[in-house]
Design a protein around this ligand. Structure first.
Ligand SMILES: [Zn+2]
Length: 429
């Protein structure tokens, strides 16, 4: 059996285990991976805060060198079978693609990682440090059963110097050249509630009341009209330097230059130049004929790494101006970065050079949250999102993630296994 067939088979079986979160039920997936790894001579441990929400940690021990943690999550988001052309938990192999929820996000990478570590163990390979495989629960909801809990409750089980996770590996073609994105940073998720106050009254005589919903409308518009002062973050500067051959000195140049190279690149980096504010939910009066005294607006907001919630609120107040409103943080997480360069970066770059000599690895900050944050925050781990994809176009993959007809080409799974095996051998030799 080839490594490609082995990965396809394992992924098919993983997809058939329904780990839709909520409720998750990731223990069944963790046990499937454990049985597979056990059979290949890899030591495994399950860690669970709740019995049905287990995380798997597998390891190959070696000498006193660094630890590399290959991260995955086993939970998936809900799939509405009515929207799909195939059964979302069927795991069918059709024309070289494995179909099903999680194929891209991220049971495919989990299966490839399991096969990479199993095949290394079968060959008798021993690292100069330690190779870990962490298949965590609860990434999609983040209710405290997954990596966030593991780094708190079992830090010794998951402490790592380096980590490879999801979030990158997309191949872009710009100006006729190929680039692979390595996610070395991520924005902070920092949503908040904007509570606008007025005075209630009978809606038949609106003039006697002070309508909080109307007041909120103009504040919401101000948030929508706001365009941040662009900041030159190191990932974007380095990316555009690799693409254009020149180091852009002014932050104002970044977006126009990116757009001139490629419209899609412009759209991709626009949210990475400053904070974003996207009002997404609103609630006011519970009765049609009562003018609301209070209107609550929930704003999805993402900050650049290093920007803090107090800075965010100062900025929001300057956008909204004075008024009868309060700002209340809802929850905040993420917003960490790792260095660009160093041994893991070099291992990724050397793999790409061998696979595709004309291609270049470039850093990117991702707009959303990944589990890499927990390792960076707890241990200072150098964590990158990188799982190379070449057979499926990055734009197509982006449309399938969390959507209908999610599928992954077996060719990309095989590329991923090759990458993970080589990264481990290069870094831990
Ligand atoms: Zn994911």
């Amino acid at each position: 059996m080839t490594l490609r067939d082995e990965t396809v088979d394992l992924l098919q079986r993983l997809i058939r285990v329904d780990t839709t979160n909520p409720p998750g039920n990731e223990t069944a997936a963790a046990e499937l991976l454990r049985d597979y790894l056990d059979a290949n001579g890899v030591a495994c441990e399950l860690y669970a805060k709740a019995p049905e929400r287990a995380n798997l940690v597998a390891r190959i021990r070696g000498g006193s060198g660094p630890t590399l943690a290959l991260l995955s999550h086993t939970d998936v988001v809900v799939a509405d079978a009515a929207e799909w052309q195939r059964d979302p938990v069927g795991g069918e192999l059709v024309d070289g693609d494995v179909w099903g929820r999680g194929a891209l996000d991220m049971k495919g990478q989990a299966a490839a990682t399991a096969v990479a570590i199993a095949s290394l163990a079968r060959e008798g390979w021993r690292p100069e440090g330690e190779l870990l495989f962490v298949a965590a629960a609860d990434e999609e909801v983040g209710a405290g059963f997954g990596l966030e809990w593991l780094v708190e409750a079992h830090p010794d089980a998951v402490r790592a110097d380096y980590s490879i996770n999801e979030g990158g590996g997309d191949r872009l073609e710009l100006d006729g050249r190929a680039f692979y994105l390595c996610a070395s940073a991520e924005k902070m998720t920092a949503p908040f509630r904007l509570r606008v106050r007025g005075r209630s009254g009978h809606a038949s005589m609106p003039g006697i009341a002070d309508n909080a919903l109307l007041k909120a409308a103009s504040l919401v518009q101000r948030l929508g009209d706001y365009r941040p002062e662009p900041r030159a973050e190191p990932e974007i500067v380095a990316l555009l330097e690799a693409v254009t051959g020149r180091r852009l000195s002014s932050a104002d140049e970044l977006l126009p230059v990116a757009r001139a190279v490629d419209a899609l690149l412009g759209a991709q980096i626009e949210p990475l130049l400053g904070p974003t504010f996207a009002p997404t939910m609103i609630s006011a009066s519970q009765k049609r004929n009562v003018v609301p005294a209070v209107c609550d607006v929930v704003v999805d907001s993402r900050l650049l790494p290093g920007q803090t919630p107090p800075e965010q609120f100062e900025l929001v107040r300057s956008i909204l101006g004075p008024g009868e409103y309060e700002l209340e943080p809802i929850e905040g997480q993420g917003g960490t970065r790792s260095q660009i360069g160093g041994p893991l970066w070099d291992a990724i770059a050397s793999f790409v050079r061998e696979e595709e000599p004309e291609a270049t690895v470039v850093p990117i900050c991702v707009p959303g949250f990944t589990d890499s944050h927990w390792l960076r925050a707890a241990f200072g781990t150098v964590a990158y999102g990188f799982f190379p994809a070449r057979a499926m176009h990055a734009a197509e993959a982006a449309l399938l993630i969390h959507s209908a007809d999610e599928r992954v080409p077996a060719e990309d799974l095989e590329l991923g296994v090759r990458f993970l095996r080589q990264a481990a051998r290069t870094l831990l030799r």
